[in-house]
Design a protein around this ligand. Structure first.
Ligand SMILES: Nc1ncnc2c1ncn2[C@@H]1O[C@H](COP(=O)(O)OP(=O)(O)OP(=O)(O)O)[C@@H](O)[C@H]1O
Ligand SMILES: [Mg+2]
Length: 235
């Protein structure tokens, strides 16, 4: 079943057009990536989905129109964004940050179970549950941002370049967790500059170029596409 269907998504900032009318879909249970190399609209597309920036186009999610709704209503329908730069609360502890992810939920038993699940996924966070989030390493902050989004039990998890600025071992760890979360049935839209990583972990992908969609297909096929290999994989 199609969970997210986007038609003609555009994002403008004054005279600059960052996203130029793109169409894409994500089916329930899929891990789909949106890749683009030159800083031309990936984050803006995700912010548009969440209603964080002014945008045009039609966004359908589980039969509801998202465009025009405020961000809190979009979050309440089941979207959670792990933003670029993580967006954690530095002066709160790890545990308090995770609580914040569940602040709209009333099912206490479910929240407790999800907290255990996050600590299972990220044992590093369990060890550091009382540490101030601002003192975590970059990789740990990425884990916390992902864990906090999971605490909302989202129907669609939006990940904005989870590998950015991290050491290679940490990138591997984060991507292993992305794969685990996806295997367990969470639907994910992953935005990445690193096409190699994104195409390895996803089933399908879309390639953006200067704010337009250039290619779409299965991740296997995209990873073998000569244009993708030339532009992204250094061949
Ligand atoms: N709030 C803003 N006001 C004005 N211009 C903006 C704003 N946010 C983004 N832009 C511009 O929109 C374009 C796309 O930015 P965006 O952050 O969406 O790209 P990106 O693909 O996520 O880049 P990166 O890979 O570096 O994260 C850029 O030219 C950027 O300068
Ligand atoms: Mg970005």
């Amino acid at each position: 079943m199609t969970l997210l269907a986007v038609r003609g998504l555009e994002v403008h900032y004054g005279g600059i057009q960052a996203v130029r009318g793109i169409d894409f879909e994500v089916a329930e249970g899929e891990l789909v990536c949106l890749i683009e190399a030159n800083g031309a609209g990936k984050s803006s597309a995700l912010k548009g989905l969440m209603g964080l920036v002014h945008h045009a186009g039609e966004i359908r999610f589980a039969g509801e129109r998202l465009d025009g709704r405020p961000t809190h209503a979009i979050a309440a329908l089941g979207l959670a964004l792990v933003p670029e730069g993580r967006g954690i609360f530095g002066r709160l502890t790890v545990a308090e940050n995770l609580d914040m992810g569940a602040y709209t939920r009333r099912d206490r038993a479910g929240v407790r179970a999800d907290l255990e699940r996050v600590y299972d996924l990220f044992p590093r966070l369990a060890e550091r549950r009382d540490q101030l989030a601002g003192t975590l390493s970059g990789g740990e902050q990425q884990m916390l941002a992902m864990g906090r989004a999971m605490m909302a039990r989202p129907r669609l998890l939006l990940l904005d370049e989870p590998s950015m600025g991290l050491a290679p071992l940490m990138v591997q760890k984060i991507y292993q967790t992305v794969a685990t979360i996806a295997r367990e049935g969470v639907t994910i839209l992953l935005v990445e500059q690193n096409a190699h990583l994104a195409l390895q972990v996803s089933q399908r992908g879309y390639v953006m170029e200067s704010g337009n969609l250039a290619l779409a297909g299965s991740s296997d096929r995209l990873a073998g596409d000569p244009a993708v290999r030339a532009a992204y994989l250094g061949e």
